[in-house]
Every structure is written in C-alpha cells, then in structure tokens.
Design a protein around this ligand. Structure first.
Ligand SMILES: [Zn+2]
Length: 198
C-alpha cells in the first residue's frame, strides 16, 4: 500500500469508474484531498442523491426525479405518437434535435437472443399496454440500426399489427457532411434503399 488507507480506498473506488485508470484515479484523489470541504461534501451529496432521488418514470421509463416525468407531463406534445428508444441517453439525443415534440417509451435494452434477452426482459409489454391505454396512432422506432436494434424494430412492428398503429423506422444512411467514398457498403445500400423524392 503506497498511500494511507483512506486514500487507497478512494483510489480503488475511482478506478472502477469507466475510463479511469490508477494514475488518473490517484490524481483525482489528491485533487479531492486538497479541495475545499464544501466541494467534497457537495460532491458526496450529489453522488448519494442520484441513488435516492432518481428513478424511472412509471409511464415512459425515462430517468426522472418526479413521476410522471417532465416529458410525460408536457401537455403540448402529441399524445398519439410514441418514439421508441433503447436507452434514456438516446431520448436525450433525439430531444435535443427535436425538442418538445414527441412522447417516448424507453425499452431499456434490445432483444438479443444470444444473451437470453427476449421481449419480456425489456419494456415491450408496457409499451403494448400504452398503445391500448393511450390510444397511440404512430410508433417511431428509433432503436439503433444494429442487428439487435433491427430485430427489436421488426418484433415491435409484428406485435403491433392488430392495433392499426402506423409504424415508422428512423432512416439510416450517409451522415450530414459525410463523403460516400468513406461509407461502408451496407450503409450505402440502406441510403439508396431509403432514398426519397426531391
Ligand atoms: Zn415519462
């Protein structure tokens, strides 16, 4: 043990954070040791508060400190459209591009048979309930264009056939400002298959 036990313990905790090796953890630990007491106690409080106060919205399963969350409470959003995303961070990305328009449903994962994750292991049953209860007319499926994301999108479109819900899938193709020379063949194929009239 190089340092006194409390510092070693802090370094050990910090190295468990993503992207933090022992060298960075040691630098952070010494930064905290020299920081003002108010900063370290505020940091400690905000770390424990995320466990105490942050939970999942009972309607859309977004992370929130109030239930229903701010988005579900927003009366200005279209009540008949649900945007389906894999994770809360994906909601944030779509929301920053299209603020205040959609309501969401967060699946918290994707169907992945190889890892034993079926539709009932993610929030698909709750999504089905919402379609009926809230009279949803359109689902925008915004899962990633990976094999699992596409499988999940396909499953949802099959599952929701009896409900006469319009199913749309986000397009995948060449990024804005991109150069087709550097795009992989599958993405080019998708871009051409999903071309639109001008
Ligand atoms: Zn919500």
């Amino acid at each position: 043990m190089l340092y006194p036990e409390p510092i070693e313990r802090l370094i050990d905790h910090l190295t468990r954070l993503p992207g933090i090796g022992r060298k960075t953890a040691t630098r952070l630990a010494f930064f905290l040791l020299n920081a003002k007491d108010t900063y370290t106690s505020d940091l400690g409080k905000s770390i424990s508060e995320i466990k105490e106060r942050i939970r999942l919205c009972s309607r859309c399963f977004n992370i929130t400190d109030i239930d229903p969350c701010h988005i579900c409470r927003d009366e200005k959003r279209d009540k008949t459209v649900l945007c389906i995303v894999e994770e809360p961070s994906h909601l944030m990305v779509i929301e920053s591009a299209h603020p205040g328009i959609y309501r969401y449903h967060i699946l918290h994962g994707v169907i992945n048979p190889l890892e034993g994750i079926g539709p009932d292991e993610i929030r698909i049953p709750e999504m089905k309930e919402r379609i009926v209860r809230e009279g949803i007319k359109e689902l925008i499926i915004a899962t990633n264009p990976t094999m699992e994301g596409n499988t999940t999108a396909h499953y949802i479109s099959e599952l929701t056939k009896p409900f006469e819900v319009k199913i749309t899938r986000i397009a995948s193709g060449i990024p804005i400002g991109g150069d087709i020379v550097y795009i992989d063949p599958l993405t080019i194929k998708s871009a051409i298959d999903n071309r639109r009239s001008m």
